[in-house]
Design a protein around this ligand. Sequence first.
Ligand code: ZN
Length: 152
Amino acid sequence: MNCHYVQSLISAFIDRELDADEKRELRRHLISCSECNVEYQDIQKIKTCLENLIPESYDFDPMIALRSRLVSEANEFIPTSLHLLWWGRLGLVAAGLLLFFLSTAALFPSEPNSARIAQRRHSSSLVSPVSYDQNISIDHSVNIYQASSILP
Ligand SMILES: [Zn+2]
């Protein structure tokens, strides 16, 4: 056994994973080689220290921690999203109302311009025999009885 091979087996030797022949040869080499013996002592100290470590006890439940973190994240997220959501809805309602009023004003003007009124009165007084003869302006609404009495 050379030193390199022995040093690769030291950990397995300490863990009692070698067969009887390997153990015997390794012991023989460790007695004769001081360098490998120092390596063996160091590794054994490290393993002893690691075995003597006391596992740290802690009061940590990952599910409780996760749940509390989710709640805190939700509390931070929801007001912002609701705030944006309500502003978006308000903007949509305002845009709808503006569109409604603009289209209403464009389709049904509240006061027809004076030129159209004058033209309508002029044409109805001159052309329409109904308004001239019966003294009923075409600008006024006429119900079905009035219309039936006017028409021949
Ligand atoms: Zn050696």
